[in-house]
Design a protein. Structure first.
Length: 159
């Protein structure tokens, strides 16, 4: 598709309207998207065919002391990403410290386990395996509910 003959003129007129603060067809943002909308041309007309007009638009915005909205958005996003990266670096450092501590604890437990197995095999010390006891939940039962008991000192249940 070939560009319309008056495309450059429409883009220049749209630049004047946006920079003058009187947009007719766009939101007036200092972006290429708004400029293309204002000029009623596709965005690629500015990014591919008329890059000189795109650059002129951005140069004019900067010369007036303004920063294009797209650049402001990108700078804000970069700032947030840098903050997030710094926070992630702190978190990674904490994880590394935790890993070092956990590796040390694992090493100590492994060493102790080896020593205990060796002592058990040599029978040089008295090591006995304790029986495993299953425990009931320790949640207190309410009076009148199943499982509730009121024991005297002798273990008898009152009537």
């Amino acid at each position: 598709m070939s560009p319309a003959r008056d495309e450059r003129d429409r883009i220049r007129a749209a630049m004047d309207r946006i920079l003058g603060g009187t947009p007719e067809h766009s939101n007036g943002a200092l972006t290429i998207v708004a400029l293309a909308t204002e000029a009623s041309v596709p965005r690629n007309a500015l990014t591919q065919r008329h890059t000189d007009l795109k650059n002129e638009f951005y140069e004019t915005v900067r010369a007036r002391g303004g920063t294009p909205d797209s650049e402001q958005r990108l700078r804000k996003q970069v700032r947030k990403l840098k903050e997030r990266r710094a926070a992630d670096a702190k978190e990674i450092a904490r994880w590394k410290a935790d890993v070092e501590g956990l590796v040390g604890a694992l090493h100590q437990a492994t060493t102790e386990n080896q020593l205990l197995r060796q002592e058990l095999a040599e029978r040089t010390s008295v090591i006995r395996a304790l029986p495993v006891q299953l425990r009931r939940p320790t949640a207190p039962a309410q009076p009148g509910h199943r499982g509730w008991r009121d024991e005297d000192d002798d273990g008898a249940v009152p009537e």
